[in-house]
Structure formats: C-alpha cells, structure tokens
Design a protein. Structure first.
Length: 371
C-alpha cells in the first residue's frame, strides 16, 4: 500500500453514541493510536452523544484529562434528539454534518469524512488506509472483523459460523469476478460498506445530500446515493475495522440483530439460510447487461431498447444525464426494479456448495473454450 498524500489533518472521524460508556474508551484509544503522515497533524474526532443517560461523556472527558487523547482534536457534542426521530440514522447524520461543518469552518481543502461506530476498534493504520484508497475512488468501505465479546458467544461454534458465512460471501464475490469484475474495485476485495467503516470526501457528501436520516440501513442508502452520482465504491483489502458481536444494539436490522440471529443458529433454535447461487447469477448478469448497454453501439438508449426496456422507462431514466456507467446502471436498476421475486433461501451449507459448483462450471467452460 503506497503512502497517501492526504494527511490525517484533512479528515474527521464521526461517531454517533448513545449510552456507550462500556465500549467508547476502546474506540477513542484506537483512534488516538492512528498512524499519521509524519506532519504532526491531529486527527479530528466528532462524537455525537445523543440522549445519553450513562457516563459516556464523563468518561471521554476523563480520558482527555488523563492525556489519552493527545493525538486527537476531539469534539464531544451532547444532543437531545426528539423521541420520534431518536434513531441511529438521525444521530449519524448529525455526526457527519457536524464533521463536515468543522472542516468547512477550518477551511480544509479536499476534506474527508470517516464514519465508524462506538463499539468498533480501529487498527493503527485504519485512517491512513482509508485516505490512500480514496485516491482512486469516491467512497471506501472497510472490511468488518468480528471480535467476540466476553460472553457466552465465546463458544467456538460461533467462530465457525462466522467463517462459513464469510466463505459464502467470498464465493459470491468470486462469481462476480468471473462474470463482471468491476474495474474500479479489483480483487482481492471484501464486500462490506457499512457505517462502522465508511470514508468519502466531504464535498461529495454535501453533493449527494448527506446521509439519509432513516431508522435502519442509512449506510447502504448513502452508498446508493454515491453510486447514483457515479461514484466508485472501493472495498480495499487494506481497510478493516474490528466490531463486536454483541447481540443487543440500538437498531433493529443492524449488526446486533445479525449477531443475535447467529447466536440462535448456534443454539439450534433456527437454521441459517441465504439466497442460492441462481439468485446471484441473475443479479450479476443483469448488472453486466446494464453496464454493456451504457457502451452499446448507438448509445445507451439503444442498449436499453435491446434489453426490452420500455420507451417510458427509458425516458424516465434519462441516460443522457448519467455521468458514467456506474450512475447509469444504478439508475436503470432503480427504475426497472428487481429481476423477479427473490428465490427461497436455502441452508448455508447448500448455498455454499451451489456457489462452488457454479464457479467450477464457469471455470470448466472457460478452460474448454481456451482448449
């Protein structure tokens, strides 16, 4: 990984926190240990402490007094969010907006926003690796490394399940690599782009209208907005962050919900099921067809007509206003909708076996053509 010309002084880490006294000190210490670019710049950190009733803020203040934040320029913003909008989407939006405002007020050029969570722990090179990856992309997602908390989840079966699920997603990415590899996101790549580790330039964040303040999935919604604007999303293997496998969290449908689901699977209370290989084959081939339509002979409109897209849908898509193939494919997918009803999920082992078999057939076909 080459050094990035972007210094830590151009970045701000934005963290929403609600009653996170138990885990927040770990994150702050990990941010204080970030490796800089040798210019002595402090790393800005915004903590949006919303609706806290525990010692989250007082613990951070104590860390400041003890000199545990000497490499940080730290701002803690205490906020009371109205009950009807008191969810992570609002808090994360407020944290990112505050970070962008801070960089603007300091006149920082080419400024960068880094998003993470209170229960994350960043490796020393996390911030710098994000900045390096942003040299060739508009948004960077970090790989999630699941760390087991001091709980009943220390059972080795949960680790085995984590590995099997990761094996499934590695196979999905291998299928994409075999059929429609993204030039801007070369292998080896991971598949994570969630709020625990996101990076993008502040100017782009403003341009796309900021993070959607929705109760769940706000991170994926922001990524979709970046892609609609033609942004390249990079899943750089050098960018990763540790997250806890706690089964209780602030968001229904978030990471904690997934960890609770895995705990139930290990306990034998339910079966872990995922979409079969046929689903991903259809998704990837559809995306490839959209990308090829962008560069079709006669232009994108001709490419869409060849795919059977109606004149009404083509008019709504407005291909001429898309800045590149990324924006075009995203807009077409948004307009045309899903390829059909998602097939019934299958047991995890069956899903992995199906992907492996499909990949083997693709390799055999390629070998036969070469021969």
């Amino acid at each position: 990984m080459r050094n990035s010309p972007l210094s830590l002084g151009r970045a701000v880490v934005c963290v929403p926190a609600r009653n996170e006294a138990e885990v927040m000190p770990r994150l702050v210490r990990s941010l204080d240990r970030q490796i800089g670019s040798g210019d002595g710049a402090l790393l800005r950190v915004v903590i949006l402490a919303n609706n806290c009733t525990d010692e989250t803020v007082s613990l951070i203040r104590e860390m400041e007094r003890n000199g545990e934040t000497r490499h940080l320029d730290l701002r803690v913003i205490e906020a009371v969010v109205p009950r009807e909008v008191a969810h992570v989407g609002t808090a994360r939006r407020m944290a990112l907006d505050a970070g962008a405002d801070w960089l603007d007020s300091d006149g920082v050029e080419d400024a960068v926003l880094l998003s993470t969570d209170a229960d994350a722990v960043a490796a020393p090179g996390w911030a710098r690796a994000n900045l390096a990856a942003l040299e060739h992309s508009e948004l960077v997602g970090g790989r999630l490394v699941i760390e087991t908390e001091e709980s009943e989840n220390r059972d080795p079966e949960i680790h085995a399940l984590h590995r099997r699920i990761e094996q499934y997603w590695v196979a999905v990415r291998a299928l994409e690599e075999a059929i429609d590899p993204p030039a801007h996101d070369p292998a080896p790549r991971h598949g994570d782009h969630v709020a625990a580790s996101l990076a993008l330039r502040a100017a782009l964040y403003r341009e796309v209208g900021g993070l959607p303040a929705i109760p769940c999935g706000e991170d994926n919604a922001l990524v979709a907005k970046v892609r609609l604007a033609g942004g390249r999303v990079r899943h750089c293997p050098h960018v990763s962050i540790s997250v806890s496998d706690r089964g209780t969290g602030r968001v229904t449908g978030g990471m904690a919900t997934e960890m609770a689901r895995r705990a139930r699977v290990v306990a034998g209370e339910e079966e872990y099921r995922l979409p079969p290989a046929s689903h991903w084959l259809a998704v990837i081939e559809r995306q490839r067809a959209f990308r090829l339509a962008w560069s079709a002979k006669g232009g994108p409109e001709a490419g869409l007509r060849a795919l059977g897209v109606s004149a009404e849908d083509i008019a709504a898509i407005q291909p001429g206003t898309c800045v590149n193939a990324i924006a075009f494919a995203e807009r077409v997918g948004e307009r045309v909708g899903e390829i059909g009803p998602e097939p019934a999920h299958v047991p995890l082992d069956e899903a992995i076996a199906g992907l492996d078999a499909l990949l083997a057939r693709l390799i055999d076909r390629r070998t036969a053509r070469v021969a």
